[in-house]
Design a protein around this ligand. Sequence first.
Ligand code: ZN
Length: 688
Amino acid sequence: MVRPDFAAFETSGVEAALDELLANCRSTVAEVIDQAADQTPTWDTLVQPQAEAHNALSLFWSPVSHLNSVMHSDALRVVHKRCLVKLTGYWTELGQNRALYDATLALRDAPAFTELTAERQREITNDIRSFELGGVSLGEEDQARYKTIADELSRLGSEFSDSVLDATNSWQHLVDDEALLDGMPPSAVAAAAERAKAADLDGWLLNLEMPTYQAVMTFATNRELRQRLYTAFATRASDRWPDGEPLEANDPAASWNNAPRIDSILALRAEKAALLGYSDYAELSMVTKMVTGPDQVQSFLDDLTERAVEPARRDQAELAEFAQRELGIDELCAWDTGFAAERLRRERFDLSAEALKPYFPATKVIPGLFEVVSRLFGVSIERVEDASVYHPDVSLHRITDDAGQLRGEFYLDNYARADKRGGAWMDVCATRQRTSQGVQVPITYLTCNLTAPVGGDPALLTHDEVTTLFHEFGHGLHHLLTRVEAPGVSGINGVEWDAVELPSQFMENWCWERESLDMISGHYETGEPLPDDLLDKLRAARDFRAASALVRQLEFSLFDLDIHRRSRADGAGGAVDVRTALDAVRQRVAVAPVPEFNRFPEAFSHIFAGGYAAGYFSYKWAEVLSADAFERFAEDGLFDRAAGTSFRTEILERGGSRDAMESYVAFRGREPSVEPLLRQAGLIAAAA
Ligand code: ZN
């Protein structure tokens, strides 16, 4: 067993131990390359020694990195940061190692390659692909150009997000009369007062950070205030002032304008794609994804658009009518939509998150989650007593299958603490793989930030928190139930980027069904399961304005795909004007008005500074997959054993060892359909 010994953990020894492990990795790599020069490499001479060295490195590093997130200390942060630089350096060096690439190629081209298991073959093929996508296989001149492009892109990406951040932070608005904040939640008003006080000002200071911006746009009855914040937000990092007026080109604030950066980023991405032999960046981006290519994504998005625009228009007309009748807003503007929608939602469903909490005590939800998983996948989950943990709140659990075999273990760390990073996530501790000691049992960390129990009562969770728990548990199962022994494609490793969210979103479905809710809910005082009327409201609220939310996501996805397809190094697509491209997309899908001064692309960090370039569609793609996968259970039974076993064996156990589409078809009997998602959102009629 390779569980971390948390009791023995000491920050002081971390860096020296890491240095030693990295030295071992480097000498291992040098040795396998040497050996490959003398004889044709095999899995055992080339891949296995590296896997063992990297496994040792990862078993050491994963608890360090985890503790830095969940048991934060200044001393550990300093060490962690220094170590991270060393680790990144090592992985970059490895990815650029031409001799290692050549040795891996020799392994793939050797006759013995075909005798390797499919998973080993796939790991080797993936490795070669990463080398090639990193430019290692290019000729000298192209390689130099590739490096320049990569550096330029990384510089432009950080400038892009810095500009958005600077523009966001540079704006504030002082309100001197509390009545002007009417409608806003008390917590947001208090935060604004606090902010003013910190700045030595009298009144309430508003800014463009998400919590404040959202609170104003959703709740403030003062229309002029909403318009002011909307305008400032929609013009960040652009050629406009926060009041929407044009900015003079020589004004210092013009250095934040991201429009020229967008043009450079698109041109460089197109050139990078061309260097690597792809016609455009969208094609390159999809090489590592489950989708087959830009055409498939285009028709996927077109199909959804065709079905969603009409219902979204109806949503919008209904909202405009409501706003006029109930709120006295004659013309529904961009700064009214969120506010009016919230009022309509409140009128329709009088449902607060607080009303549901008593039905979801953690003491019922967590054992209920384990029971759901057990029934679905034929496994059992039990707590490991006396395990070495890093905090009294943390527990260790083991998953055993119905043949009695230990499949994996996970640490559960549920409650918020002062020294813990926010959010919920799953992290890998150990990956299933064959080592010289046999097959290593996989281990994960499951971390949440639920509100800790108060007094003698159990922690009461919101339905959102329950859903998050199921989501993260899905990620965990993907890593823990794997049967794969090749580490690069075991568990979540090597799973296509747009398929990773399938198991997690899939598990969320069990938070919405009567039969499973009876297992995970029970009033903390009376034990009564979630009542039907509350469940009905909860479901109706989920579908509220679903079409509007969908077309908004489609707008972003279509825009992202279009500009990355049309930007071509050979100029074949013509010059791409980002604003014209967005206008064209909006003509097709937007149902709400967008003012002329809106400069959304200049702050679209996801695709210009993050990892979502020509990949924004994957949010919807994952939802389509999980809704479609779930429909098999809706048809065959929520706990149908054949369906559960099939999901386990064809998807969870396979991990990255074969194409995600192949796994999906093996489970579902066909390729995914968009209809279940549309049905779930009430956009098409339920099946008869
Ligand atoms: Zn996720």
